[in-house]
Every structure is written in structure tokens, then in C-alpha cells.
Design a protein around this ligand. Structure first.
Ligand code: ADP
Ligand code: MG
Length: 481
């Protein structure tokens, strides 16, 4: 007898492999939150966080899920969803059967895959008893920063899902399953920017909505003041009139503000019931917010949690260019690239480096050159030793041989390109922690055996060929520089 947890763990492995490392974000968002709950009569039941989530899986991953289930449970294996209902804390299963057999799934699933959804009598739409006739619409200052727009928020793999979810929320506040929308990610990766941007877009599309941005720290302070002035009722009522509430940095409440969290918990429930939209940001993933009140924490898991990752080199370059364009400043391309490749921690530092460089150059009347950038960055990142990445190595190797960076990805067998590709693989193996498989994938979608072969070839040539030895030495120095 197979155990459901093992079966699902195996499924996850297959899914992860199929999606590949470039879709790690997709994997984290749509598969990691799934909880296996039962395996009976060859039917695996998995629990998904919301109806929307289930629909998304159906629309985008049905083929993959079918194949995976078939691999694990054989041709008669079935998958059943249980959907966590939002109306109570208890799970109320909605079950949907997807036979893993059957014809090729197409988007026209109603025809091809029998779908049974038993909604029980547990209705998600709760009538709103709180709309009083003549209730005045509140006019408040939204506290939104007009510079943080969606248009200014550069899109990359690291933020695509969060950005798309944000856009969906702005179009349809409170009416998607992204409620609450939890944006999480490390410091300086754009949570606050994106949260403001979603608020601004919402106001643009729905001018009648009352949008409010507040930091968790401000909220706590307001609550403490309200308690002191004995007007917590007013405080709570004020928040209950908001249609679109953005609460930034909820991790600030960890291990403190129990009463504040309780007040927010009640406000949250109220707003959620009347389908007001709630956006919360956190620099920790929900799993690492253990020191928040458990009741509140459970609410955060109701909607969608989307993480913001570290931008890749291409996105970093795009962000720098956009900032420069906004400020009307010209900067040589190689300097931009130099900054982007050397500062890979977060966007805030990237911006900081850019601003320092501009300040340096204008204060000292110096031209912005690579040398100036180098001096500045040496000071800037002295303590944080730079991490060498595969794309950085690719860049150094391609620059050295004056090849376009895309050539590494191409399938060409031209000698000079093959050589550059092999050198890249060799240094990636030697100087990064990446596996052979990952290196292969990033160097033109090659398999691990090819990478291994490349490493051996370079090592051999390095010992036997003078010219090659020179290249290896030079490149190694440049990469470490
Ligand atoms: P967080 O709240 O996650 O700590 P912020 O939203 O304050 O980070 O972002 C730090 C800085 O980086 C801000 O100035 C923001 O405008 C900028 N930034 C972050 N991500 C992006 C992006 N994708 N495009 C443009 N600017 C960005
Ligand atoms: Mg922030």
C-alpha cells in the first residue's frame, strides 16, 4: 500500500523536474501549497487553498498533473481536489474528479473531462448585513506614493506572478481569490513599490473605491493611541469603511502587539466578508511568520501568497535603465552592465549604487566611466563579497572573445563558440555551486554529460595547449576581479 504523502512527494519531484529550474517560481506558487490528504481506491485527494487556485491548476497544469498521476498510480489513478473554503476555518471539501486516463486534455475541458463540483450548501457569497442606506462614502488620503506605479515596476521572472496577481486584484478588487494577496520577499525586492502600484491602479480603475495604504508600524501606533484616548471603536469603524486596505510589513508585529493583531483580525474578517480587498506584505514567507497570532496567520493563508525574488541580471539592467530614463540621465552601456552584474543583492542596493555613482561624478566633475564605477562599487560592496553567477561568467567569457552573449545559448557548432561555451561551463562548475544539470540548462540547454565533457576538455587543453592555458588564466582573473 502506498502512502498518500509519499505518492504526493514523488509527484512533486516529477512536476518540479518537468517545470525545470527556470519555473521554480511557478512551482513554489502553484504546487508547494498543495497538501495531500488521502489515497483511497487509487484516488489521490489533494487540498488546494481556493477555488481560484483549483481553476488555475485545471487551466494551466492539467496535462502535467494527469501525466504525473498516471506515472505514480498507474492508468487508473485519479486525482481529487479538496478546496479550502473561505467561509469558515474548517475545510469543506469541494470534490472534483479528474480521471487521469481519458483523451488528451484540451482547454475545452467541459467536453473532454467530466467535472463534478459538489458545492454542498456552503456558499462562499455571504450576504452583507452591514450596508446601511445612506452610508457616507469616506474621503481619505490614500497615502499612496505616486512614484511607485505599475508602469515603473519593471517586470522580470522574479516578480511576474506577483505583478500579474496585483494587476488582477486592481482590476477586480475583492472579487478574485487573491484575497488577501500576500506579497512576500526579502528586503528591497519591491514589495512596497508593488503594493503602492496596485493601490494606484485600483484608484485609476475604480475611482469610487476607498483605498488606504498603511504600514504595520503606523497601524500599531494608531491603535495604541486609540486605546489611550479611549476611542478604539472609532478606530475600528474607520478601518471597516475601507474598500481596499494595504498593510505593509506585517512581520513588524511578530512577537509584539498582540492586541493590535487582535484588532486587525476583526477588521480583516469584517472587510473580507464585505469583499473589500486586502493586501499584506511581509519580508518573511507565511511559514516563517510563526510568531504572529495563529488566528491571524491562518487568515493570511486564505488568499494567494506570491513571492518576489531577486532579479536576474537582465532585469537588473532594465531596472537601472528605467531609473536613468526617469531621471533623464545618460550613462554608458558598459557602466550600466558593470553595476548590474556587480550588485545582485537587491533593488534598493542597486539604486543606491546608481545614486552614489551619479553623485560622485557630479560632485567631482568626473565623467561616469567604468573606472569610476569600479572605485565606487569597491567601496560600496566591500563587505558583501560578490557571488559569482553563471550569467556573470557568460558575460565575461563572451566579452573576452567579443561574441554576443546569445551565442552561448545557440546550437551552433562553430569552433569559437563551442570553445566559449565550454569555457563558460568549466568556470561555472569551478566557481559556482550550480549542478551540472543547471549549468547545462543555462548554457544552451545541454545535458549534464555535455557539461562534464566540456569540463574535461578544458582541463586537458589547459594542460596541453599554451594559448588555451593563457585564456583560462586571463578569464579566471577577470571573473574574480
Ligand atoms: P521592499 O518593500 O521589498 O523592501 P521596495 O518596494 O521598497 O522594497 O523597493 C526598493 C526600491 O527598489 C524602491 O525604490 C523600488 O522602486 C525599487 N524596485 C524594486 N523592484 C523594482 C522593479 N521591479 N522595478 C523598478 N523598481 C523596483
Ligand atoms: Mg517595504
Amino acid at each position: 500500500m502506498q502512502n498518500y504523502e509519499t505518492v504526493w512527494a514523488n509527484c512533486l519531484k516529477i512536476i518540479k523536474e518537468n517545470l525545470g529550474p527556470e519555473n521554480d517560481q511557478v512551482f513554489k506558487t502553484w504546487f508547494v501549497p498543495i497538501v495531500p490528504i488521502q489515497l483511497e481506491n487509487n484516488i489521490l485527494t489533494i487540498r488546494v487553498p481556493s477555488q481560484f487556485f483549483y481553476e488555475w491548476l485545471e487551466e494551466h497544469f492539467i496535462d502535467l498533473l494527469k501525466r504525473t498521476i498516471r506515472l505514480q498510480l498507474g492508468p487508473n489513478g485519479m486525482l481529487k481536489y479538496s478546496i479550502l473554503m473561505d467561509t469558515s476555518i474548517a475545510d469543506t471539501p469541494i470534490t472534483t474528479n479528474i480521471p487521469s486516463t481519458g483523451r488528451q486534455a484540451t482547454m475545452n475541458r467541459a467536453k473532454d473531462i467530466p467535472l463534478v463540483i459538489n458545492t454542498d450548501d456552503n456558499n462562499r457569497e455571504i450576504p452583507n448585513p452591514f450596508i446601511y442606506p445612506g452610508l457616507q462614502k469616506l474621503k481619505i488620503n490614500s497615502q499612496l506614493n505616486g512614484n511607485y506605479t505599475l508602469e515603473n515596476f519593471v517586470e522580470g521572472n522574479c516578480n511576474r506572478l506577483a505583478r500579474a496577481a496585483g494587476f488582477a486584484v486592481a482590476e477586480n478588487p475583492g472579487r478574485t481569490s487573491f484575497n488577501p494577496l500576500l506579497l512576500h520577499g526579502g528586503v528591497g525586492l519591491g514589495k512596497t513599490h508593488l503594493a503602492h502600484a496596485i493601490g494606484i491602479k485600483t484608484k485609476e480603475l475604480h475611482p469610487d473605491k476607498t483605498v488606504l495604504y498603511v504600514t504595520s508600524e503606523q497601524f500599531l501606533q494608531q491603535y495604541v493611541d486609540a486605546v489611550r484616548n479611549k476611542n478604539t471603536n472609532d478606530f475600528v469603524h474607520f478601518y471597516e469603511l475601507i474598500d481596499f486596505l494595504i498593510l505593509d510589513d506585517i512581520q513588524f508585529w511578530a512577537s509584539k502587539g498582540t492586541h493590535t493583531q487582535e484588532a486587525f483580525f476583526h477588521i480583516f474578517n469584517y472587510l473580507h466578508q464585505r469583499t473589500s480587498q486586502i493586501i499584506i506584505t511581509s519580508d518573511k514567507a507565511p511559514a516563517n511568520l510563526g510568531s504572529l497570532e495563529p488566528r491571524l496567520l491562518s487568515r493570511l493563508k486564505w488568499g494567494l501568497s506570491a513571492d518576489l525574488g531577486t532579479p536576474d541580471a537582465e532585469t537588473r539592467i532594465a531596472i537601472l535603465k528605467q531609473k536613468l530614463a526617469n531621471d533623464g540621465i545618460e550613462m554608458p552601456e558598459d557602466v550600466i552592465e558593470y553595476i548590474a552584474y556587480n550588485i545582485n543583492t537587491n533593488v534598493r542596493e542597486l539604486e543606491g549604487a546608481l545614486v552614489s555613482l551619479i553623485a560622485q561624478s557630479s560632485l567631482n566633475h568626473k565623467q561616469i566611466t567604468i573606472d569610476l564605477a569600479k572605485q565606487m562599487i569597491d567601496k560600496f560592496v566591500k563587505s558583501t563579497s560578490r557571488e559569482i553567477t553563471i550569467d556573470y561568467i557568460q558575460k565575461i567569457v563572451c566579452d573576452y572573445f567579443k561574441l554576443p552573449i546569445e551565442s552561448i545559448q545557440s546550437t551552433t557548432r562553430k569552433r569559437e563558440i563551442v570553445q566559449a561555451r565550454q569555457l563558460t561551463m568549466y568556470f561555472a562548475k569551478k566557481m559556482t555551486k550550480s549542478s551540472l544539470a543547471i549549468i547545462g540548462l543555462q548554457c544552451g540547454n545541454k545535458d549534464h554529460a555535455t557539461v562534464l565533457h566540456a569540463c574535461k576538455t578544458v582541463a586537458n587543453l589547459n594542460e596541453t595547449d599554451k594559448q588555451f592555458h593563457y585564456w583560462v588564466d586571463e578569464l579566471e582573473r577577470k571573473i574574480k576581479e
